[in-house]
Design a protein. Structure first.
Lengths: 413, 239
C-alpha cells in the first residue's frame, strides 16, 4: 500500500509543478563555479537608466568591466571570441545599439585579458512586465559571463510597438511583421499543391489493404508490382513534376526581379583598439586569503604601496558582482532586491593609506551574500583561486582600481 | 466475411495506418530534425548560402526515403515524401507560432519554417515516373538537394536586402538577429558562411546546391536500404 501512495504523492507533486510553475526570474548567474565567477569578468559602475519605461522607450545600460588577469587557463577566454549580450527572458526589449570602448558590437570581437573596458547598450522596451535585465559577455566555448542585473518596469500596450527599418533600396518595413505575407503565401501555395498530390492518391477508400492485394497479385501474375500503376497515374505525376519545377522557377525569377541586389549574412569580427594598460599607481600584493566558513568572512592579508601624491582609502571590494562596501568611507545601498551590495560588508584594518606609504593591510569581506550567492562553494572548487577588484578612493574623487588574486585557504572552525 | 464488414475493416486499417504515420512520423521527424538542424530552421539569420541549403536537405531526407521503401514495396504508393514533409511543415508552423511567437515572443518573420514541400513532390513524382530506386536517387534526390535554395528564395530574398545600420552593412536578417535578443545564442554561435580563400568564382550557392544534391543522392540510397530492411515481413506472412 505504501508504494501506490508514494507514487500518487509524487505524481500529484509533479502535476502541481506543471499547473502552478514557480516563476523563473534568474539567468543562471549563480550556477557557475564560484572561482570562475570571481576570475573572469568583474563588472563595475554598471548603471541602468531609466528603470521604468513605456513600450517603445529606451533603456541605457552602461558601465565598465575588467577582464581578469587571473582568468583560469582551462576556460576559453575573451582573447578568443566574445559577444556583448543582454540577459533577459526573451525579446522583451530589442537591442538598439551596443558598444565596447565605442566600437559597435553588432558582431563578435576579441578582447585582452587584464584590461578595463567601457560598455554601453541601448535597449528599447517591447513587451510589458517587470523584467530583470543583465549585461552579459558571452565567451565562445566558455559561456555567458553575467553582469549585475536590475528590474525594469515596462508598461504600455505591446500592440503599439513598431520596429521600422529602411533598406538601402528605400523599402520601409516593420520588422515585427517583415515579409510575413510573402512567407505565408508561398507556404499556402505549396500546401495546396502538396495536398492535391496526396488527395489524388488517397481518394480511393479503402486504400491500403486493397492496394497491398493488388500489388501482391500483380507480382504473382507477372512478377512486376508496377503493373498496378496506371497510365493516368503516370500522366498526373508528370504534370505535378513539371508544374512543381515551373512554380519553383517562376518564384525564383520573381524574387530575383523584386530583390535584384542582396548580400550574404554578415559574419565579420570587429576589433576593439588595443590600449596600453595604465601603470598602476597603487601596488597591492595578496599575501594570503582565508575564507572563515562559520562567520562567512573572507579575510585578506594585503601588502599595499600608495604611489600617488594623495591619501587613498580602501572603499570597496568587488568580486562575482558582489560589492562589499567600507561604510566608514562610502555609503551605498542596494537599488533593488537583486542588487548584490553589502553596505557594511567591508572591514579594513587601517583603511587610509598616505602618499608613499607601504604597509600590510588586513581586510575582511563579510556578509551572508557569500552564502546566498553560492560563493562559499569556492571551497569545493578544484583550484580554490580567487580574484576581485579593490577600489581605493581619494578625497577629490580620484579612484584607483586594482585587481588582486591568489590562492584561498578555507577555515573550517 | 461479407463485403460490407470487409470494407469496414479495411477502412479501419486505413485509419490506423494514417494515425500511426501522423503521430509516429511527424513526432519522430520533428524531434530528429529539431536536434540536428534546428537552428537553421528556427532563425532567419541562420539561413545562409553555405550550410542551410546543405544540412537541412541532407537530414530531412531520412524519413521520406525510409518510408518510401515501405510504401513503394508494399503499396506502390508514391506519397511517403510528401506526407512526411507536409506533416513536418505543419508541425513546424504550429511550433513556430506557439513556442517561438506566443510563448517566447519572437516575431514570426524571424522564425518562419523553410519550404520543403516541392522537394518532396519532385521526389515522389520521380519515383512513380521512373519506378526505379536507382534513377529516383540519381535524379529525384539530387533535385531534392538542388531545389531547396531556389524554392525558398522567394521568401528569403527580402531578408537579404542590405541595410545601412548606423554605418554598418547588415542584411535585414542580421538586423533581426541583432535586435531580437537571444541570451543563449550569441552571434558567434551561428554556423553560417564565412569568408574563406577557397572560392569558385563567388558561386557559393550553386556549389552548395550541387554538393547537397550529391549527398542527398547517397543519403536517399542509404535510408531507402534501411527502410527496406525494417520493412521485411517477418511476423505476418499473408493478409
Amino acid at each position: 500500500m505504501r508504494m501506490p501512495r508514494a507514487a500518487t504523492f509524487v505524481r500529484s507533486g509533479l502535476l502541481l509543478l506543471v499547473i502552478f510553475p514557480l516563476l523563473a526570474v534568474a539567468h543562471g548567474e549563480r550556477a557557475q563555479q564560484a572561482n570562475t565567477r570571481m576570475r573572469t569578468i568583474n563588472w563595475y559602475d554598471v548603471e541602468f537608466s531609466p528603470r521604468a519605461v513605456q513600450i517603445g522607450e529606451e533603456v541605457r545600460i552602461s558601465g565598465h568591466f575588467r577582464t581578469s588577469g587571473f582568468w583560469p587557463p582551462q576556460i576559453p577566454s575573451v582573447e578568443g571570441q566574445v559577444f556583448l549580450n543582454a540577459g533577459t527572458a526573451g525579446p522583451n526589449f530589442i537591442r538598439v545599439s551596443s558598444t565596447i570602448d565605442g566600437v559597435s558590437m553588432v558582431q563578435s570581437t576579441a578582447l585582452e585579458l587584464g584590461r578595463d573596458y567601457t560598455f554601453e547598450m541601448v535597449l528599447k522596451a517591447r513587451r510589458p512586465g517587470r523584467i530583470h535585465v543583465h549585461p552579459v559577455l558571452s565567451v565562445k566555448d566558455a559561456g555567458g559571463m553575467v553582469g549585475p542585473g536590475r528590474w525594469i518596469e515596462v508598461t504600455g500596450d505591446p500592440a503599439n510597438f513598431e520596429n521600422e527599418v529602411t533598406t538601402m533600396f528605400g523599402r520601409v518595413a516593420d520588422l515585427e511583421t517583415f515579409n510575413l505575407g510573402t512567407v505565408a503565401t508561398w507556404h499556402i501555395i505549396w500546401f495546396v499543391i502538396g495536398g492535391a498530390w496526396l488527395a489524388y492518391w488517397l481518394r480511393q477508400r479503402p486504400l491500403f489493404i486493397p492496394r497491398l492485394r493488388q500489388v501482391e497479385a500483380a507480382e504473382a501474375d507477372s512478377g512486376d508490382g508496377d503493373a498496378v500503376i496506371s497510365g493516368q497515374d503516370r500522366r498526373v505525376a508528370v504534370a505535378f513534376l513539371i508544374g512543381t519545377l515551373i512554380v519553383v522557377a517562376v518564384g525564383f525569377q520573381w524574387a530575383e526581379r523584386m530583390y535584384p541586389v542582396t548580400t550574404p549574412l554578415r559574419t565579420a569580427r570587429v576589433t576593439v583598439p588595443a590600449k596600453a594598460a595604465a601603470e598602476p599607481l597603487i601596488e597591492v600584493q595578496l599575501q594570503s586569503a582565508r575564507y572563515r566558513i562559520p562567520g562567512r568572512s573572507f579575510e585578506m592579508d594585503l601588502e599595499v604601496t600608495n604611489r600617488t601624491p594623495k591619501p587613498l582609502r580602501l572603499t570597496e571590494f568587488s568580486t562575482a558582482n558582489i560589492r562589499f562596501i567600507n561604510d566608514r568611507a562610502l555609503t551605498v545601498q542596494p537599488e533593488d532586491s537583486h542588487d548584490l551590495v553589502a553596505p557594511h560588508g567591508l572591514r579594513v584594518d587601517g583603511d587610509l593609506l598616505q602618499p608613499g606609504e607601504s604597509r600590510r593591510m588586513e581586510v575582511y569581506a563579510e556578509d551572508a551574500l557569500w552564502e546566498t550567492q553560492r560563493l562559499v562553494h569556492m571551497i569545493n572548487d578544484p583550484d580554490s583561486i580567487i580574484a576581485g577588484l579593490l577600489f581605493f578612493d581619494a578625497e577629490d574623487g580620484a579612484r584607483e582600481i586594482v585587481e588582486i588574486g591568489g590562492p584561498m585557504l578555507p577555515v573550517f572552525h | 466475411m461479407n463485403k460490407a464488414l470487409s470494407r469496414r475493416l479495411e477502412l479501419q486499417v486505413d485509419f490506423a495506418i494514417l494515425i500511426a504515420i501522423v503521430f509516429a512520423l511527424a513526432g519522430a521527424t520533428s524531434f530528429v530534425l529539431a536536434v540536428t538542424m534546428g537552428d537553421w530552421e528556427y532563425w532567419v539569420d541562420w539561413k545562409d548560402r553555405r550550410f542551410w541549403p546543405l544540412i537541412p536537405a541532407v537530414l530531412l531526407i531520412i524519413f521520406p526515403a525510409g518510408l518510401s521503401a515501405a510504401f513503394w514495396a508494399r503499396f506502390r504508393l508514391p506519397i511517403a515524401c510528401t506526407s512526411v514533409v507536409l506533416l513536418y511543415t505543419g508541425i513546424r508552423w504550429f511550433s513556430t507560432y506557439l513556442n517561438f511567437h506566443v510563448f517566447a515572443g519572437y516575431p514570426v518573420s524571424f522564425v518562419w519554417p523553410s519550404v520543403f514541400i516541392p522537394l518532396a513532390i519532385v521526389l515522389d513524382c520521380t519515383l512513380l515516373i521512373t519506378r526505379s530506386v536507382f534513377l529516383t536517387g540519381l535524379f529525384g534526390a539530387f533535385l531534392w538537394g538542388v531545389l531547396l535554395y531556389p524554392a525558398n528564395w522567394p521568401m528569403l530574398a527580402a531578408f537579404h536586402e542590405p541595410v545601412d545600420y548606423r554605418g554598418e552593412l547588415l542584411t535585414v536578417a542580421d538586423l533581426l538577429g541583432y535586435e531580437y535578443i537571444r541570451t543563449g545564442l550569441p552571434e558567434y554561435v551561428r554556423m553560417v558562411e564565412r569568408s574563406v580563400l577557397r572560392t569558385f568564382g563567388d558561386a557559393v550557392v550553386p556549389l552548395t546546391a550541387v554538393f547537397a544534391g550529391f549527398l542527398c543522392t547517397l543519403s536517399y540510397y542509404a535510408w531507402w536500404g534501411i527502410g527496406s530492411v525494417l520493412n521485411r515481413q517477418i511476423w505476418l506472412k499473408k493478409i
